[in-house]
Design a protein around this ligand. Sequence first.
Ligand code: CDP
Length: 335
Amino acid sequence: MKAIRGAITLNGDTEKEVRENVKFLLGEIVSANKLIAEDIICIMFSNTSDIRSFYPAKAAREAGFFNCALYSSLEPEINGSLPYCIRVMILAEITAKPKHIYLKGASDLRKDITQKLNIAIDGPAGSGKSTVSKLISSYFDILYLDTGAMYRACALACINEGVECTNESEVEKIAKKTDITVKYIDGTQRTFLNGKDVSEEIRTPKVSMSASAVAAHACIRNKMVELQRIIAKQNSCVLDGRDIGTNVLPDAKFKFFLTASPEVRAERRLEENKEKGYIQPFEEVLAEIKTRDVQDSTRKIAPLQKAEDAIEIVTDSLSAKEVASFICNEIQRNT
Ligand code: CDP
């Protein structure tokens, strides 16, 4: 069972306003969540104390919600609360993630849902960016853009063509004829290189090292950053990378910078690689992490750096869930 929430404001305390707005709000919730009558167990309303002309529950019954339990309650007078506001919670037998609906003046109550949200998560390899970003994207039900995957795809293009990733002029030739795109399939990012889905192929340790080298070149970065900005402009999303807060979206309202000691990060990467079937000695992973740290933070263009206005989170002794929940709370407190 899931709880679906919503709210709407009225223009005034009249029976007609209550009837029409309750019908509108419930209709939007039903259609966004693809509910059928049998899914709905009960609908609970509460309304601000300035609405006394009609019960929202009665309006729901009149609007055709016959088979579920209906409740209405009056909220106490609270200073600063929205005028003429009806809140609703629907308990429904659904398995999908609930889509909460906030309409008219009530959209201000949940800006995290009703406004475009861009969240920048930067940090070095193994700091937990991707796991944390996936949790945040699922919490807010927004896209997750793994920008590293795009640089990895560029690196794979160079590897496939036998081009040395440090050779800028050769890399530039590859960049010109290479098409990198991302698509979302069932809400999950898939990364395409010249039309081929390379989402798994780009995760090898060799591609990791080459991505870091390839990402140092302006010809690659300009192309990838342009694509990232287009996606961020069109969608609410969490972007993880090295330069999101400093360069890709310097105006993003929410910026976080994750860190951890190289040893902890190497340990995490070792486990991740093991799961994917790449067995490497700890010392080798640690050395790769350290090399990438140096390459990423000393390159001339858009180096790995904490944006001045980013919140730094040291994740050594924190689980990904703890980090994600801290970030989600920060966002909710400040929207
Ligand atoms: O997952 P991990 O942190 O190991 O790497 P990634 O995020 O997939 O990124 C691979 C490489 O791409 C990094 O080492 C960076 O050099 C580069 N990158 C970048 O320069 N800028 C970004 N926004 C994202 C990744």
